[in-house]
Design a protein around this ligand. Sequence first.
Ligand SMILES: [Zn+2]
Ligand SMILES: [Zn+2]
Length: 61
Amino acid sequence: MKERCPNMNHSRSNVAIRFCPSCGEVVSNSVQNRGRCDETKHAHRRKERNFFCCDCGKKLR
Ligand SMILES: [Zn+2]
Ligand SMILES: [Zn+2]
C-alpha cells in the first residue's frame, strides 16, 4: 500500500469485499466479483457514501 487509507477494511484480515469503498484499491484478492453490478446497486452504494463500488471498484461519483 502506498498511501494510508482510513477505511478499516484494509486492516481487517477477513474482509468480504474485493474493493475498498473509500479508495478503490483491492483489499482482498480472494473475493471474486459476484456477478455484474447494475445502476440500482451503485445508486444504493452512493447513498451509503461509498466513493467506490466494493464489488467492481467503479468510481461512484
Ligand atoms: Zn482504502
Ligand atoms: Zn459495482
